[in-house]
Design a protein around this ligand. Structure first.
Ligand code: FES
Length: 161
């Protein structure tokens, strides 16, 4: 899936990032700090930012992708405005959490670990949200939804659309 990086909205962060790059560009091994800083500032590695790193540090883009894909701390997918975490801990799992997760995936047209192209929603999973007696449990941002049924999913999402 292709995500549009909003250059205008990120203008201030890009300025800060460019200043950081010119500070470190003379150092050996500047690539890792550059990638870490980009991840920290933008929450993922947009291709526009990787191209900027390539131009500023004089490192081929392919080499940058090679390094960035090797380390799990880097992500190529932005986080959505709303983070959905479906609990797949034991109590929730036995109460059908997997089918709840699949319903969210179906409803949003993305898989777990992905973000919708309008950057509205990301789907993830949790390993126990500490409310096992109300399984299956879903958390969206900091809101907890207990005893979720498949038929509730659309209604829950409508609160955030
Ligand atoms: S296993 Fe889901 S809340 Fe504990």
């Amino acid at each position: 899936m292709e995500y549009k990086f909003d250059l205008e909205k990120n203008e201030v962060l890009l300025k800060e990032f460019k200043a950081f790059l010119s500070e470190i560009k003379k150092n050996n091994g500047a690539l890792m700090p550059a990638l870490q800083k980009a991840q920290e500032l933008f929450n993922y590695l947009p291709k526009e930012v990787l191209k900027l790193i390539s131009d500023e540090l004089n490192i081929p883009l392919a080499e940058i992708y090679g390094v960035a894909t090797f380390y799990s701390q880097f992500s190529f997918i932005p986080k959505g405005e709303n983070q959905i975490n479906v609990c797949l801990g034991t109590a929730c799992y036995v109460k059908g959490a997997q089918s709840i997760l699949e319903e969210f995936e179906k409803e949003l047209g993305i898989k777990q670990g992905e973000t919708t192209s309008d950057l509205k929603f990301s789907i993830g999973q949790a390993r126990c949200l500490g409310d096992c007696s109300k399984a299956p449990v879903v958390m969206i941002n900091s809101d907890i939804f207990p005893l979720v049924k498949k038929k509730d999913v659309k209604k829950i999402l409508d609160n955030y659309r």
